[in-house]
Write a new protein. Sequence first.
Length: 98
Amino acid sequence: MLVSARIDRKRKTLTIQLPLEKAHPSKSSGKTLVVASTHGCQTTEARHSGRPIVITANAFIYAAKRPTRKKRRAETEIKIGPVSSRPDEPEGKVLDRK
């Protein structure tokens, strides 16, 4: 695995290069396809404060169209507790939610 890291002290950035791989399913759920990975911690030649920089990274794409969360439509009527002590009103008030 060839992982390279380069520090640009002037811009205060760290650039990481990973080789692209043939897209393959991730081990956990299979919902994503891994396209680049360090496959765990990799020590690089780059140094910060005199110590080697260790990198772990994963790049992936979604395997299929990402499922959208469907909001469950609430019931159209919600009954709430007593709102009046008057005997001519119902026990609870019914609200119409739109």
